[in-house]
Design a protein around this ligand. Sequence first.
Ligand SMILES: NC(=O)c1ccc[n+]([C@@H]2O[C@H](COP(=O)([O-])OP(=O)(O)OC[C@H]3O[C@@H](n4cnc5c(N)ncnc54)[C@H](OP(=O)(O)O)[C@@H]3O)[C@@H](O)[C@H]2O)c1
Length: 266
Amino acid sequence: MQWYTGNTLYDSLLIGGFVYVILILVGSFFGTAAYGGRFSGGKRNKGLKLHAKTGWVLMEIPGLIVFPIVFFMGSKSDQVVPLFFLAIWMIHYANRALITPLLMRVQPGSTSSFSFNVVIAGWITIFLHGYFNAAYISELGDQYTADWFNDPRFQIGIVIYLIGFILNIHSDSILRNLRSKNPSPDEPRYKIPYGGGFKFVTCPQYLGEILSFTGFAVMTWNLGAVFVLAMTMGNLIPRAYYTHRWFHKNFENYPKERKAVIPFIF
Ligand SMILES: NC(=O)c1ccc[n+]([C@@H]2O[C@H](COP(=O)([O-])OP(=O)(O)OC[C@H]3O[C@@H](n4cnc5c(N)ncnc54)[C@H](OP(=O)(O)O)[C@@H]3O)[C@@H](O)[C@H]2O)c1
C-alpha cells in the first residue's frame, strides 16, 4: 500500500486521521457512542438529542455526498474500476443512510435518544473517509487499470465484502423483526435475537460491517480504506463488548456459548 501519495493535504490528513483513530480507541475504554436505548444515557445526557431515524439519516447522509463530489473531480473518474468502487460505496451508504434508518422500528416513548454529539463525530469520520477513498480511487492511486479485476487482492476483497454486507443486512433484519411494526408502549423494548449470525455472536451486524470494510480495504488496497476499517473496528468492537455485557446483565437465560463479536474468540 502507498503511504505517501505526494499530495501534502491528503498525506497530512491521513496521518491526522490515524491519530484520531487512536483517540477513539482510548475513548472507548470510557464508554460507547450515546445513541440507542441501551447507551443514550437517558435523562443524564443533557445535550441535544434527535429522533433515532433523524439522527441516523443526518449523520450518514454525507457518505452519499462527499464521496461522489470528490470522485468526479478526479481524472480517472470515467474508468471502469474506479466506477465499480463508486457503485459499491453508493450501495453501502444508501443502505446505511437511508434504507436501514427508514425501516427502523422505534419504540414509542423513546423518540429522542440520538445524541447530536454522535452526529458531529460521525460527520468528521465520514468527511475524512469519503475524501480519502474518493481522492485515492479516482486521482491519486495508479493501480486501478482494468487489469485490477484480475488481481487476487480485488477478488479476495470482493468476496469478503459481500459476505460481510450480506451478514450485516441479514442481522439488521433479524433485530428489526424482534419488534412489531407498530410496537405498543407495553411491548418489551429488547428481546434475545436468535438465528443467523446470532448463533455465534451477540453483534453479527457489527461483525458484518467490519468484514465489509475489511473486504473494501483488501479490494481497493489503499490506506484510506484501512482508515475506515480502523474507525469501524475502534467503534464497533467496544460497542459489541458493552452490548454483550448488557444482554448478560438483563437476560438470565442469555445463551452462554455466544461471544460478543468474533466467533469462538471474543
Ligand atoms: N461503520 C460504523 O462505524 C458503524 C457504526 C455504528 C453502526 N453501524 C451499523 O449501523 C447499523 C445499526 O447499528 P446500531 O448500533 O444502531 O445497531 P443496534 O444496536 O443493533 O440497533 C439497531 C436497531 O435494532 C434495535 N434493537 C437492537 N437490539 C434489539 C433487541 N435485542 N431487541 C429489539 N430491538 C433491538 C435498536 O433499537 P433501539 O434504538 O431502541 O436500541 C435499533 O432500532 C448496524 O448495521 C451497524 O453495523 C456502523
